[in-house]
Design a protein around this ligand. Sequence first.
Ligand code: FAD
Ligand code: ZN
Length: 468
Amino acid sequence: MRSLIEEIQAIVGSAGLITSPIEVVPYATDWRKRYLGKPAAVVRPASTAEVAGVVRACADSRTAIVPQGGNTGLCGAATPDASGTQIVLNLSRMNRIREVDARNNTMTAEAGCVLAKLQKAAEEAGRLFPLSLAAEGSCEIGGNLSTNAGGTAVLRYGNARELVLGLEVVLPSGEVWEGLRGLRKDNTGYDLKQLFIGAEGTLGVITAAVLKLFPLPKSRATAVVALRSPEKALALLERALEACGERLTGFELFSDFCLALVLKHFRDTAAPFPRRFPHYVLMELSDTQSGEGVRALVESMLEAALEEKNILDAAVAQSETQARAFWKLREFISEAQAHEGQNIKHDVSIPISSIADFISATDQDLTRAHAGVRMVTFGHLGDGNLHYNVSAPEGVAADVFVRNTPAINRIVHDNVARFGGSISAEHGLGQLKRDEIQRYKSPLELELMRKLKSALDPRGIMNPGKVL
Ligand code: FAD
Ligand code: ZN
């Protein structure tokens, strides 16, 4: 190991190497602090050539590599194991935007660019890079692509996978695959870039990407709607899509318990209505036309829904400040839960048509088996993606309650399977769901995944112990 570290130091210099046990700590644990690893070193290369050199050295010595971006992932996929032998390969120093080609509607960015920086660069060029999630101030595009991140604009623009035209990847051999093509049409065989997207660093290291840009919206309307049930939210979604088409860019659901947690833990937030309701939807419309068009559209649609008693109340933001305040109610839910203490998280997707039935069936099954549990139900309803988290009954300590995780996962995930869903909609498998997925994917599908893995990474050095 000594000589490998020396070899790596010769490649990345001392600015790119951390070995002090105290300084490696932030890189050795995950955002939720569920996993604590012990890396041999944290390596922070500054160029593709340096990444390639490091990977080659690791391949020669069969040393495991754990790629890492902003380290905001929620399933321990970027955390090394505790053996003291793995190398964390942190891409944060590769943070250059290589090119913005406004006419081609593309941007070429290195893996370590923080998502918010890319959004801003696109905006400065009069374009939109639509990927948007609550961790955007610290997650990095390499991590976003490796997890195939979702977020709040999937309904209109698709998830990370759909926003990529080309990739540059350092393969587990240390070879560099130069696939940075900015083409919207390219039918020349297998679409290799898609293999690396959502692979959670198990097939190679993404070093740069060509990303799609879109026209920058010039007007927006944001509304919070109060509803009786998720079923009513689905009816509203249908109505909104019919009335607004592609202008509907966000459709997020959250329960009153989620709102209560946000109001409790974030003092600068306020309830959207004078009284409380069982569920809320946060809707966003955007348009490349400026003016009041989208606001008028959302107001007339909500008025009609109110008259027909499909919704209970609605508030349309009257200013950018108010729109941001509405979004905070949704975006702060994850952190509010973290402040509240541990809970049992599920990131699931269900065909949109069955989501309301899934929620009521699973609420019932859980309440029957674990009296008093409180569901933190929220998510990207427009994508059929729920963050269906389960909190301890009142008066039960969170750390005692989480011992029920296997039993509660079984109920929730079996129901997900029964309703034709997926046990990971956007966060991935990492270490957290590596065993769980064995129960829900067919043996043939798992075998195909293993074959791909061993074709690309025959030595098994890329992020072992994750996904498969
Ligand atoms: P990391 O956590 O560093 O890594 C994630 C995975 O990617 C690991 O497997 C790692 O090995 C691999 N990886 C990282 N960089 C590379 C690379 N260059 N090459 C190869 N592999 C690499 N996710 C969503 O999808 N939607 C949300 O709405 C959402 N909201 C969130 C809200 C909060 C408050 C938080 C904390 C997280 C949220 N997440 C969400 C999860 C997380 O932000 C995303 O998974 C994000 O895409 C991870 O990016 P990262 O740079 O932090 O990656
Ligand atoms: Zn999410």
